[in-house]
Structures are given as structure tokens and as C-alpha cells.
Design a protein. Sequence first.
Length: 306
Amino acid sequence: MNPSLRQMRALVALAKTGSFTLAAAHLNLTQSALSGQIKELEQILGVRVVERTTRKTQLSELGRELYPLFDKMLQDLDRAMGDIASRKALKQGSVRVAAPQMLSCTMLPEAIAAYRARHPEVQVRLTDCPLEQVSARVFSGEADFGIGPERDATAEIEAQPLFEMPFVVVYPPGHELDRRKRITWSDVNRYPFISLQGQFTERLLRDVHVSFRALSLSPYNEVAFMTTALAMVHAGQGITVCLPYAEKMVQLYGLKMRSLEAPALSRRFFVYTRSVRALSPAAESFMSFMHEFVGVHEWNLPLTAN
């Protein structure tokens, strides 16, 4: 049987105060309760740790050897428990989030700033990466969780819905599309279409085909990042589609953004976590905040020309 924390604290308090009376007061115990804990410790160890005389109380040789060991163990434990309490109370801690480039330069900085205003002691670290790397960053442990569009499920990664947004078309001011009362995917197909490489385009083409079999989109150019697509649209090289959360970046390039119809396609975004890893209190808090953040932010999209 090993000494209990109460017995260790009793010995440390007695060593520091040199008095049963003072040690009992320090631990908020009666003297008899403190004496009982010391006796229990001695029974467990099989030797005396305190030498008692009529004039004074002092530690035995073994007690003096145990005191610094017990004191360090208790300080380390108290420090660790204090850290846990602080993290639980969100007085400290850090969160690592992986997200695609466009989400990382539009919605997430605002969400992080709003969260830090509420929990200034929690550090949120953002990792921007290609769409296909979000889950990989979570799986490798580089990120506590990731935010990204729907991807094929795996046994190691859990997906929790975060938000769903419709696709919008992006074009330069004065474009022919601006004169149309409503814009459809068929209209998009009449102009050079700049899209993203990889699963973004693959899933988009599949969704268009499923919803409207007579339509077959043919990308004029495929690029790695949406910012590149927007720059090409700004340069008059074609049009593109994106999601409403990119509105500020679209405005930065001086472009226009409107809803798409026939069919109205949307893309779902998820929070991705590692199945076997529990989130820290800070990560749980920020993930919960993200659900709150997207819930109160609405993207009002123009359906018709101004």
C-alpha cells in the first residue's frame, strides 16, 4: 500500500510548521485527525516519521528524507491540477485549426478575433492548407480539428456538420451576366469557366450532372487556389464560382457575386476531428463557438441584377 495524498500533506505541513497545532490549522484539520494520518503513514511504511517528546515534535531521520520528496510531488501535482482547472475555465490553452486557404483568409480570421475577445487567454493557431490536406493535418496531430468541405468518410476521422452554403457566380463589373435577371448554370457554361483543381471541380461537375443531365461544364482553366481564380476573373480571363463566405475577397478584387439557379447547388462544410483523440477544453470551446458564429452570420445574396 502506498501513502495517500492526505498522509503526504500531513507530513509536509508538520515539517514546515514544526507543530501539530499549526499543521492542523494549516490543513483545516483537528489535531487528532492530523495525528491519525501521521500514524497511518507510519503503519504503511513500518517506521516512525515523527519523533514525539513531551517538549517538542520533530521529524525522524526517515521523515526528513521523505519531506522534500513528498513536497516536490505535491507541488507538481498541485501545479498540474491548477493548469487543468485553468484550461477548463479557459484561462489558458491553445487550439490548432486547419482550414482551406480561402476559408482561412475570409471567415476564420473574423471568427478567431471574435473568440479571442471572449477568451483572450486562449491562443488559436490557424494553419491554411489545400483542401485535400485538412483531414491529413488532423490525422497527423498537427491540428486539433479541421474545417473543410465534405469529403469521403474514413474510420479515423469524424465529421460534424458546421454549415451549408449555395454556390455563387463571380464575374467582373460590366459583364454580360450582369444584365440577366437570373443566372443559371447554363449561363455559366457560355463563358470561360475558371475552376479549382482536384475534388472541388470533380464534385461540382458530378453535382451538376446529377441535377441537370443536359448540362456538362467544361472548365477553361483549373487553378490550385481560389485567390488565383479571382485574380484571373479580375483580369477578364473568365468567370468562376465560389461560396458566399468569400464575399470580402470577391469585393477586394472589385468583382460581383450573385446566386446561381437551375439547379441551386450547395456545399456542406464539416468540422473534422480524430476519432480516438479527445479534444482539449479550449478546442471544444472554439469548436462550439464556430457553430455559434456561423449561426448568427447570414450571407444575403442578390438573386437578380441591380
